[in-house]
Write a protein that binds this ligand. Sequence first.
Ligand code: NAD
Length: 324
Amino acid sequence: MRTRVTDLLGISYPIIQGGMQWVGRAELASAVSNAGGLGILTALTQPDPDALRAEIARCRAMTDKPFGVNLTILPTTSPPPYEDYLEAALDSGIRVIETAGRSPREFITRIKDAGGVIVHKCTAVRHAVSAERAGVDAISIDGFEAAGHPGEDGIGGLILFAAAAGQVRIPLIASGGIGTGQGMAAALMLGAEGINMGTRFCATQEAPIHDNIKQAMVDASERDTNLIFRPFRNTGRVLKNGVSDEVIRIERRPGGAEFEDVRSLVSGARGKAALTSGKIDDGLVWASQVMGLIEDIPSCRELIDRIVRDCRKAIDRGQAAFSG
Ligand code: NAD
């Protein structure tokens, strides 16, 4: 396949792995890159910038293909040294930086000076337009189906991808709710030149999380997510489980709730422990509506090959509809 996204990122297929907290480690990123996509290491998954340097070195020992680093800036219980993480990535020779959560404006000059490429992930067309104007190289836009923090507007991918494609001139990557070749074909038809997948890559053999979590994603339907943090305007889409049900119960209490009321339930440390132990109800597990389309736990290579094959078939089927 060839699109402006494959050319920009130096990859074979325009398929990017989401920068997922606790999951974006060398095992997964290298497997995605080795299969022809772009693997992403999540900076804040590492406890400090030196640990990110070590993780980049570990990933490099596992692949000679390009991979990127995600830097997400969102409300957090203890703000990390974002600039030092960025320096660690750039010093280590990382070329592709995925920014997310907030305007990337303050980082653009530094990344460009280092010869880097910035893919900015956002959840609204107005933010995409503003990031393009600020000088990023590509936009990754998250429909409301997405896991993690899909923004406050509630616009699904079918509308959002087309609306963004109508206003953004730089390459567009569709994200949120994509996990099949049919989904990829739809995104391309709507004007995207690549896709980003998070949850779908969690249910792969190489994802560094417990098998119980992967199986939970296979077993879950598209109805099995919860939207938390809506009252705090930091909406998060997560797997429906004991913890996220409890968070919603607290948020809906008469008189409302504050973040402090849920803080101990939602901590990243607790979510990380659940991903490691496989105890599904022990913490937040971030997951998208695409769970309804996940039926197996393939290797990253099997998954990417299948998606590309099914995407081609879906496009051929669409063309056949016009050929009599
Ligand atoms: P954490 O333990 O700092 O916080 C847990 C959750 O609570 C996060 O979703 C965070 O955004 C939210 N939160 C924290 N303080 C808040 C406040 N004052 N008001 C409203 N919400 C608040 O986070 P972590 O799990 O250690 O993750 C570290 C960083 O990675 C955070 O910035 C987090 O948002 C981000 N993250 C991103 C995704 C994603 O979709 N890209 C998913 C999980 C975490």
